[in-house]
Design a protein around this ligand. Structure first.
Ligand code: ADP
Ligand code: MG
Length: 196
């Protein structure tokens, strides 16, 4: 049986370390469904917070603050980088360096128009989720960052398959497949998916 709180029914759903389960703030949460709900309410608050401020997406402090705004009512570690290994992502000690490198690259792409705006936003979003900076929430965080960077570059937000990608479903499988192609430096699938 998979754990009811962090079920292993979806391989792309990174399991948490036991110690990190203690980092839940709401004491009533016992089921995965309750966790998802609490996170969704938290993220809705982050979207309201975002709408009332100017933002520079390509900034490390902003990115950490954004993660904190998205998950800070649910997880004690929101906005702080992970310290333990994951099945996706770089070694924990590399995270600050790799995030800084991702920001530098994206700034360069923006300045030199290396790629079309959508592709810049999606390459940056994918780089973040591939680094996997936080203990959890990296998928939702990286998609919102992609949306915000697209907006900053004059585009609309992405549709990301137009369904809820948190639960396992066919669309989520296409999404993870597109991420895997992007891991191998092929971004065509992800670019098409994000506007589908
Ligand atoms: N092969 C992969 N390469 C890059 N990112 C991936 C890959 N497989 C899954 N992911 C991303 O990792 C996310 C899961 O990480 P997690 O931190 O649990 O985020 P969330 O809790 O928001 O789903 C998926 O939503 C997906 O965005
Ligand atoms: Mg998760």
């Amino acid at each position: 049986m998979s754990d009811p709180l962090f079920g292993a029914d979806d391989e792309a759903n990174t399991p948490l370390e036991a110690e990190e389960r203690h980092a839940l703030i709401p004491t009533y949460i016992a089921l995965r469904r309750e966790l998802n709900e609490a996170e969704q309410v938290n993220i809705a608050g982050a979207l309201r917070w975002l709408s009332s401020r100017r933002r520079e997406v390509l900034d490390e402090r902003f990115l950490r603050t954004l993660h904190k705004q998205m998950f800070g009512q649910v997880w004690h570690w929101a906005g702080t980088y992970r310290q333990t290994a994951r099945n996706i992502g770089v070694d924990a000690w590399r995270i600050p360096m790799d995030v800084a490198g991702a920001i530098d690259d994206a700034r360069y792409w923006v300045e030199h128009q290396t790629y079309p705006p959508d592709e810049i936003a999606l390459r940056f979003s994918h780089k973040l989720v591939a680094i996997h900076p936080f203990p959890n929430g990296n998928g939702r965080f990286s998609r919102l960052v992609g949306d915000l960077l697209a907006e900053q570059l004059g585009q609309t937000r992405f549709t990301w398959g137009s369904v809820n990608l948190v639960d396992p479903n066919e669309t989520r499988r296409s999404y993870v497949q597109a991420l895997r192609a992007a891991d191998s430096h092929d971004f065509a699938e992800l670019i098409a998916f994000a506007r589908s």
